[in-house]
Design a protein around this ligand. Structure first.
Ligand code: SAM
Length: 485
């Protein structure tokens, strides 16, 4: 669609600027995560920006030209600043609670961005994301009761007003029509065509993928039972963690950095802290403050004062170059931006320093029980050809190869136990969001419904298959690499 020209580029630019349009991020347990006082400040700033930028000649162009009202500009600024503030709080502080400072940074980023791309185009892009959500929900459900659409419960529960005006406008534009069933609406052929173009633009720009990744960020941050999940699902995880420590060839007294340490499975449970010893320095890091609190409790219990706990994302490490003899991690690399993470790991390693990681590879997706259980996701046939976002055997070596010499590459299996459906679905589908692609086109409520449906299906599977059949060998890659500097 010609009128979408240039918006994919705008969306990618927006992601690079760390600006997000994901209003649901501001929601946690059905409540706004942003304290009332800061919400009011954002409202005020959004109003100031809308008043300063908007003028009556503004138009939004999709199929036809429509006047772009001032309150749309307000909404675009308000929702973008709010969700960006939550996102930045996670990136910078590892928490979803928004601080005043992050609100200020978000306000400045959004204002600068809007001025760079033109405020009218910024607001138009926001409108395109709304039209996408409105059309996508109808495409997904086929038709919807008018009231459900208006309340936005299935696709935009965070909307502050009813979607009356949006419904009217989209009907007037010919994208939505009344369905033959009473009181319901559905997409028209034109609506489907517009949806197709929007989906293409929002996919190719990386917007939908980025929005889906935010779900993982959100869920890791509020995850409280990581130990329970790993202990229950992975039978041989303790042994595999030990393999990572061996692979690292650590000498007592070394300076070691652990990335994605979670609640301390490698640091404490597998004994990394003892291998490094009190004459060394072990820095355990993770981006989520929730898991770090549990890690600190373990440090107290073990009285391991040489273990430092610090919040950090692998993509941006807060240490100078040449700081560590070793960088290690168990099952974290698959969640990072590989290029950025590998470049940061290379930077903080001392010359000749070694990086060791164990990361899972694609789900084998071969056992009868697995194919039957996850059929709704498999059926969605992701465009990338991969059901999950995990790396293939060549992915990590190829990226690492640019800065590292690969010294050792081994393959081992994690024995995953599928007998606890709600834990399995929570761990893989919801929290880790590894089936991101088949899930990413689902409207908000449909994503939640899919999770429930998969848990129910899993309960059937557990009744149907004998327990010994519900174990799958999940391939993992172990890698040891020496930095080239
Ligand atoms: C499967 S858990 C593994 C935890 C721990 N290594 C263990 O052995 O139990 C993955 C961890 O990676 C962390 N993680 C997610 N994104 C990350 C990133 N960009 N950089 C570093 N760690 C990340 C998560 O917060 C989570 O704690």
């Amino acid at each position: 669609m010609e009128t979408l020209y240039g918006f994919a580029e705008l969306a990618s630019h927006m992601i690079r600027q760390r600006i997000v349009v994901a209003p649901w991020l501001t929601w946690g347990q059905g409540q706004n995560r942003i304290p009332r006082r800061l919400q009011e400040e954002i409202e005020r700033v959004a109003l100031g920006l809308a008043n300063g930028h908007w003028n009556p000649t503004w138009e939004f162009c999709l199929v036809e030209r429509y006047p772009l009202e001032k309150d749309r500009a307000w909404e675009a600024y308000y929702e973008t600043i709010s969700s960006t503030a939550v996102y930045l709080s996670h990136l910078e502080l590892g928490q979803l609670e928004v601080t005043e400072e992050m609100v200020r940074v978000a306000e400045r980023l959004v204002e600068d961005f809007a001025e760079t791309v033109s405020p009218q185009r910024f607001v138009s892009f926001y409108m395109l994301t709304i039209v996408y959500d409105n059309l996508q929900v109808l495409d997904h459900y086929g038709s919807m009761a008018v009231d459900d659409f208006l309340q936005g419960q299935f696709h935009r529960p965070w909307a502050t007003a009813t979607l009356q005006r949006e419904l009217r406008a989209t009907m007037a534009a010919g994208g939505i029509e009344l369905s033959p069933a009473e009181g319901r609406v559905q997409l028209t052929a034109l609506g489907k065509e517009v949806l197709h173009s929007l989906k293409e633009m929002l996919t190719s720009s990386g917007f939908l993928r980025h929005r889906a990744r935010l779900i993982r960020m959100n869920n890791f941050n509020i995850l409280e039972d990581m130990d329970l999940i790993t202990e229950t699902l992975g039978k041989n995880i303790p042994q595999l963690r030990k393999r990572v420590i061996e692979l690292g060839q650590i000498q007592p007294g070394m300076t070691v950095l652990e990335l994605g340490c979670g609640t301390g499975g490698l640091t404490f449970d597998a004994g990394l802290f003892e291998v490094v010893g009190p004459n060394g320095r072990l820095v355990a890091t993770d981006p989520s403050t929730g898991v770090l609190a549990a890690l600190r409790r373990k440090r107290e219990a073990y009285q391991a004062s040489w273990v430092e706990v610090q919040r950090a994302r692998a993509e941006r490490l807060p240490w100078p170059a040449d700081s560590f003899d070793r960088v290690l991690g168990y099952a974290f690399l698959q969640f990072t931006d590989l290029e950025q993470a590998c470049s940061e790991i290379a930077r903080v390693l001392k010359p000749g320093g070694i990086f060791a990681s164990l990361h899972p590879l694609h789900f084998p997706a071969q056992s009868d029980f697995f194919l039957e259980w996850f059929e709704p996701l498999i059926k969605a046939k992701p465009l990338s050809g991969n059901l999950d976002t995990l790396p293939g055997p060549d992915t990590v070596p190829a990226v690492l190869g640019a800065r590292f010499e690969i010294l050792d590459l081994q393959y081992v299996d994690t024995e995953l136990l599928y007998s606890f459906p709600s834990l399995v679905v929570k761990a893989f589908v919801d929290v880790a969001n590894v089936f991101e692609e088949p899930m990413m086109y689902l409207p908000w409520r449909a994503r939640e419904a899919m999770i429930d449906q998969l848990i129910k299906k899993g309960e059937e599977i557990v009744r149907k298959y004998p327990a010994h059949k519900l174990v799958e060998q999940h391939p993992c890659q172990l890698i040891r690499a020496r930095v080239r500097k």
